[in-house]
Design a protein. Structure first.
Length: 324
């Protein structure tokens, strides 16, 4: 293990959801819990067996740490391990605090040209990497991203990076769609009260064809329906956003057109690749951060996220650090 002095921690929709509702699906907050799982910091102390890190190293933290070497870990899909530790998922504490202890194997050294803030953004970025890999995005793909929150935006960034020829994104909010344009979306569609079929045909008309890949980032029933209708026959729909447990969808439409529906659960094996991409400046995640607060103003930061202002709200945990 290593002891870290925390630096930057992003606020996620799930953090806000636990704060407001005390549960997400089967994960119920029964005791006080520290929030935060998008984080970076500086190594203060290392355990006796740790060789790849030393005090002073700047690291990005992967929040999911398997507790045992089970079949999922052996096959490289450790995110599916049922006993995994995960920051800020009850009953496991997160890392929105001044000092935090974490498994050394899940702390990744940041190169000098990658900032703490970028290090904290690797967590949401990882969701995009994992989703686009599961979707099979490749050279020339036409991609439809549903929802322009932080997760929709990282999917745009990663899809473009992986060679997508055209990415179209939908949202209710004009300002969020503007942000999507900034990070590389080719087309934006502001939805108002169209039916799922109407949304699907708008997607087809702006792309000039139906997308082979749809990445659904809202979890809203109507959006999942639109995702099925929009995806080209033989294509893939990846469900990233999670809403109610039971959702009514046109499953026969998907079945007879051989549209593959895939789920994702967090990510695995993404930190090294994300660090390489950031270090080589192949991707730019800096525009995602729109608000910054010191740890003392955490409540204000959470309220800002809850109101849906900006995109990514970042907390600074280290009062001695003056760097932006």
């Amino acid at each position: 293990e290593v002891l870290l002095r925390m630096h930057s921690v992003g606020i996620c929709g799930s953090d806000v959801h636990y704060w407001q509702h005390g549960r997400i699906g089967d994960f119920v907050v029964k005791d006080p819990m520290v929030l935060g799982h998008e984080a970076s910091g500086t190594v203060v102390k290392v355990g006796s067996g740790v060789t790849h890190l030393k005090p002073g190293d700047r690291v990005a933290i992967e929040p999911g740490v398997p507790r045992e070497m089970d079949e999922f870990c052996k096959s490289g899909r450790y995110n599916l391990s049922p006993t995994i530790f995960f920051c800020a998922t009850p009953p496991d504490d997160g890392n929105l605090c001044r000092y935090y202890k974490h498994s050394a194997s899940y702390c990744y050294k940041l190169p000098d040209n990658v900032t703490f803030e970028e290090g904290a953004l690797i967590e949401p970025l990882s969701v995009g990497i994992h989703a686009c890999k599961r979707a099979g995005v490749t050279l020339g793909s036409k991609v439809f991203v549903s929802g322009s929150g932080p997760i929709g935006l990282v999917n745009v960034i990663v899809a473009k990076m992986m060679g997508a020829a055209a990415v179209v994104i939908t949202d209710l909010s004009a300002s969020r769609l503007q942000k999507a344009k900034e990070v590389g979306a080719d087309f934006t569609i502001q939805v108002k009260n169209e039916t799922p079929q109407e949304v699907a045909s708008k997607v087809e008309s702006v792309l000039g064809c139906m997308p082979e890949i749809t990445v659904e980032c809202t979890g809203v029933q109507a959006c999942i329906q639109a995702g099925i209708y929009a995806t080209r026959s033989g294509g893939t729909l990846v469900l990233v956003g999670l809403g109610p447990e039971m959702v009514t969808v046109p499953i026969v439409n998907a079945a007879v057109r051989e549209v593959d529906i895939r789920g994702i659960f967090r990510y695995c094996n993404t930190w090294p690749v994300a660090i390489s991409l950031l270090a080589s400046k192949r991707i730019n995640v800096k525009p995602l951060v729109t608000h910054r607060f010191p740890l003392e103003k955490a409540l204000e930061a959470f309220e800002t996220t809850k109101r849906g202002e900006g995109v990514k709200v970042m907390l600074k945990c280290d009062p001695t650090d003056q760097n932006p």
